[in-house]
Design a binder for this molecule. Structure first.
Ligand code: BES
Ligand code: MN
Ligand code: ZN
Length: 498
């Protein structure tokens, strides 16, 4: 789909469809009023007769509205004006795109982007509208022999701004929104791909392809390289799998070489059976999503490269399967991590931390400004925060603050969880420096505490996306989160957010 920005009045648009909003209790938005004037009260008549009451989620398609130059007008219900916030705004945009795809219109001019959203700038509205509209057309049907074709798909979307002097800013926000949306789409597709296709080698190949396309530095470490580096914790997870592990490194240089890079580390368990501590069978298929951390840092890298942000960014992806096998790690096995700390593996299903700890130690060599890891790490995080907020942990409050703000700005929200020393004792082991699990309670916190033992040399944050990276049920699939949060954080760091 093609996107563009325009300023102008709705009655003068020659597009196949003009989209305007109606608030609940039948109040017309400014653009709807302009159309209504040109149409001599045609729209207010419809609203008065009760055919469009402005309820959030409702739409009404009109043909040949008098006094206008467009073929159709789509009225979109917005809910109560005083409650019109982020959620209502994005819902209206999503509904619009879904509805337009069911009409014959090939192009449309959307005036909803002119609507005020409390505390949000024009840049925000355009960026969000672009992201949501693009995302609303996402499909993952490459394995369906018979595809659900949209008969007359929307090809061109024009987003309206009120004033001409907003055009430049809006154009920039549009480009950002598209870069983020495309990053999210890649993240979703990698997440949705089954584990027999999306294995560590596949992820490495995708990274190499990205490196070529965007001129990134790329290094793939093989099992032998990991052995040399002493990554025995990571290797212990891989040893029960026929698929070779990979440690993928991509680096983007948008700033001067002396600027320390921000490093993103993404958990890339392409399938998590639990290993010898085997998971129960129900819904085990969903463990193909256990590489969504990896997918999100790859998607973020793509968005950053597309936006050409003036920062240095490196991503590190430890990629492996977690399988049960004659060679697999046994509960009670003790391994030495790259950091030299020893770990008693009490539960082979707590594998994410085992691969991340070595990747986090490896990250030291980039002399990072900041390190953020992203992982579908614990079921306990889903118990704590559900599917709404990502769990956020950090050894630096200012960094936590910045990430919370980025989550709020992108409407991809996180919640700050504690990382107090009091929790550290739960990781005690009688035989090694630590165990890899902390017992029944506070599981997302003890997992973060485990990681914190490997991140003492830099400012670090950890995002537990177990509840937010994918959806189960009817619209099952990867969500593309937290690409919006991460890209907004990086845009902020680059001074490119307005
Ligand atoms: N990948 C899982 C976490 C997970 C579970 C994400 C369910 C989403 C939904 C992770 O590797 C895992 O198995 N964690 C264990 C840790 C436990 C053994 C301490 C968990 O959360 O049960
Ligand atoms: Mn696991
Ligand atoms: Zn896992």
């Amino acid at each position: 789909m093609e996107f563009s920005i325009k300023s102008g009045s709705p009655e003068k648009q020659r597009s196949a469809c003009v989209v305007v909003g109606v608030y609940e209790s039948r109040k017309l938005t400014l653009a709807a009023e302009l159309l209504d004037k040109a149409a001599d009260g045609y729209i207010s008549g419809i609203v008065r007769r009760g055919d469009m009451e402005g309820k959030s989620g409702s739409t009404l398609l009109l043909q040949n509205v008098p006094g206008t130059l467009c073929e159709r007008v789509l009225l979109v219900g917005l809910g109560k004006e005083k409650n019109f916030r982020e959620k209502e705004f994005t819902t209206a945009i999503r509904n619009t795109v879904k509805t337009l795809n069911e009409t014959g219109a090939f192009d449309a001019s959307i005036f909803l982007t002119e609507l005020p959203v409390k505390k949000r700038s024009i840049g925000w509205r355009i960026r969000q509208a672009t992201m949501v509209a693009f995302d609303a057309t996402y499909k993952f049907d490459q394995f369906k022999s018979k595809k659900d074709e949209v008969r007359r798909p929307l090809r061109k979307l024009t987003l309206a701004v009120e004033r001409r002097n907003e055009l430049t800013l809006a154009e920039e926000a549009l480009a950002q929104g598209l870069a983020i949306a495309e990053g999210m789409a890649m993240t979703k597709t990698l997440g949705n791909l089954p584990a027999n296709i999306c294995h560590p080698t596949y992820l490495a190949e995708r990274a190499q392809a990205m490196a070529k396309e965007f001129n990134l530095g790329c290094e793939i470490l093989e099992r032998a390289d990991m052995e040399k580096l002493g990554m025995h914790s990571l290797l212990s997870v891989s040893q029960g799998s026929r698929q070779p592990p990979k440690l993928i490194v991509l680096s983007y240089k948008g700033a001067k070489a002396s600027d320390k890079p921000i490093v993103l580390v993404g958990k890339g368990v392409t399938f998590d059976t639990g290993g010898i501590s085997l998971k129960p069978g129900a819904e085990m298929d969903e463990m193909k999503y256990d590489m969504c951390g990896a997918a999100s840092v790859l998607g973020t890298m793509q968005a950053v490269a597309r936006m050409a942000l003036p920062i240095n960014l490196t991503i590190v992806v430890p990629a492996t399967e977690n399988m049960p096998d004659g060679m697999a790690t046994r509960p009670g096995d003790i391994v030495t991590s790259m950091s030299g700390q020893t770990i008693e593996i009490l539960n082979t299903d707590a594998e994410g931390r085992l691969i991340l700890c070595d990747a986090l130690t490896y990250a030291e060599r980039f002399e990072p400004d900041t390190v953020i890891d992203v992982a579908t790490l614990t079921g306990a995080c889903v118990v704590a925060l559900g599917h709404i907020a990502t769990g956020l942990f950090s050894n630096k409050d200012a960094l936590a603050r910045d990430l919370l703000d980025a989550g709020d700005e992108s409407y991809d929200r996180a919640w700050h969880m504690p990382l107090w020393d009091d929790y550290q004792e739960l990781l005690k082991s009688p035989f090694a420096d630590m165990g890899n699990i902390g017992g029944r309670w506070g599981g997302s916190i003890t997992a973060a505490c485990f990681l914190s033992r490997f991140t003492k040399k830099y400012e670090w944050a950890h995002l537990d996306i177990a509840g937010t990276a994918w959806k189960s049920g009817a619209d099952k699939g990867a969500t593309g989160r937290p690409v919006p949060l991460l890209t907004h954080y990086l845009m902020q760091r680059a001074g490119k957010l307005n």
